[in-house]
Design a protein around this ligand. Structure first.
Ligand code: MN
Ligand code: MN
Length: 465
């Protein structure tokens, strides 16, 4: 009898010993990446370094030269250290369309306010403003690390990283002791920790100078000055992010999963990078675009709504000897994209919010979301059935295990990604990623099998779309 039913096998059972080794090796490389890169800048710089070591050249160095891009040429564009686009030129002209992988590099966190430092009752403190959608109660009583840049008036950029080395100190936001939490415990979960109260404790030793006021604050300024040569005013031109301190780790006694900060969406960004590097001499030009600001609406110069992506494609077209507007329009509208972002994983602790027939499960592979949005698919760019069918075929070609889902029950909530922005340029786009538990929590969880299949899916897409 012909196979009529769609069935999901537990993919762990399908792996050979060699597959498993490959899979765990990939998990290790990914864990190292998210442990050393916890801001969009750290991700961009690290990825540029890796790309260069694979022969990618900075597009900026080619503009206004006589160099021409041809099949096999590899270039990247670094947008202010916050977004990155990589191209491997294909054998076919760009106007036949690009095969694009897109993901975002920013993750929810606590940012410093422009005037952050103050002293209160013997403590030096930082004021913060949270970034992205967080459950605020999850960010108290955990060790946080300080990452970011401080730019001096001279233009000198100072990189800050405190709290990742095991000998570094960490900082954090205190929570109210349970013994005195009678009123707090009666509040709604979303109101128990107000955003304005997410203040970071930095220290408690006063500087040895009797004439100073706010001696604890001054002592912290001295520590920062000794280490980075900065003064308080320099914090005005800084981007400092408070993120969970410490490395990503194996999760589960069988080590089948990974727990780490910022997996939304670096899990897709890292897989995209590896796939982009792996596919050399493609037929169609392959592109990986990694952007910032997704968690706050994709606005801003380094967000997906910015023109930098189109402008970069125009520059690349120009370097292949074709600079007409019509060619740019054709290139965009003939392109295909996997908009890669994480999705809700079915969680046995919270079954009531999911439609179990249309959920993404750990261990079933890469996930395609034909649509996202909320309510009646509001805000979604739904992928065409023809495109989904083509992807099923491509996944077969790459022997990729995949599943489909939608994000939770109808009318339960929802979410959006960068997909609709690219779809607005007239290209075929679908949401694609892996299921996550505890999304947007300080420590998020993914399955090693799913991220391994995602990497395979991206390679198949770049080769065959
Ligand atoms: Mn995301
Ligand atoms: Mn997110």
């Amino acid at each position: 009898m012909k196979k009529l039913k769609m069935e999901y096998k537990d993919i762990w059972e399908t792996y050979t010993e060699e597959d498993r080794k490959d899979l765990f090796d990939y998990g290790d490389r990914y864990k190292e990446f998210i442990s050393r890169c916890k801001t969009e800048r750290e991700c961009t710089r690290d990825m540029v370094r890796i790309a260069e070591s694979h022969g990618y050249e900075n597009l900026e160095d080619l503009i206004d030269t006589d160099r021409r891009l041809e099949a096999g040429s590899k270039v990247y564009a670094n947008y202010n250290d916050r977004a990155l686009v990589m191209f491997c030129i294909g054998k076919e002209p760009l106007t036949k369309g690009l095969n694009i992988l897109g993901a975002h590099l920013d993750s929810p966190r606590l940012d410093l306010k422009p005037t952050p430092l103050y002293e209160d009752s013997g403590f030096a403190m930082f004021k913060t403003h949270y970034y992205g959608g967080i459950k605020k109660y999850q960010w108290v009583a955990i060790p946080l690390a300080i990452h970011g840049v401080i730019v001096k008036k001279s233009g000198e950029v100072i990189n800050v990283n405190i709290g990742e080395d095991e000998n570094d100190p960490v900082v954090g936001v205190s929570d109210l002791l349970i013994h005195l939490a009678k009123d707090q415990m009666e509040k709604k979960l979303g109101e128990a920790i107000p955003g304005e109260d997410l203040n970071i404790c930095l220290g408690s030793i006063p500087i040895e100078d009797e004439d100073e006021k706010e001696r604890v604050k001054v002592n912290i300024l001295k520590i920062l000055n000794d280490k980075y040569g900065i003064i308080e005013e320099d914090l005005v031109s800084a981007e400092i992010q408070l993120v969970p301190a410490g490395p990503a780790r194996d999760y589960g006694l069988d080590r089948s999963m990974i727990i780490g900060y910022g997996q939304d969406d670096r899990v897709c960004a890292y897989a995209s990078l590896e796939a982009q590097l792996e596919v050399e001499s493609p037929d169609k030009t392959t592109v990986t675009v990694l952007v910032d600001k997704e968690e706050i609406g994709s606005m801003g110069a380094s967000g997906m709504q910015s023109r930098f992506f189109e402008n970069t494609i125009a520059e690349v077209l120009h370097l292949t000897g074709d600079s007409s507007n019509l060619s740019l329009a054709r290139t965009l509208s003939n392109s295909k994209m996997l908009s890669s972002d994480v999705t809700a994983g079915y969680d046995p602790n919270f079954p009531s919010v999911m439609d179990k027939y249309n959920s993404a499960y750990f261990g079933r592979g890469v996930v395609f979301n034909k649509y996202t949005g909320s309510g009646g698919k509001s805000g979604s760019n739904e992928a065409n059935a023809e495109y989904v069918a083509q992807l099923r075929h491509i996944m077969d070609m790459g022997d990729v295990k995949w599943q489909t889902s939608e994000m939770g029950k109808v009318d339960q909530g929802g979410g959006g990604t960068i997909a609709f922005i690219l779809a607005n340029l007239g290209m075929e786009v679908i949401d694609c990623g892996v299921p996550v538990h505890s999304m947007h929590a300080p420590w998020e969880i993914t399955s090693k099998a799913d991220i391994y299949e995602m990497r395979k899916a991206y390679i198949a897409f770049l080769k065959h779309a």
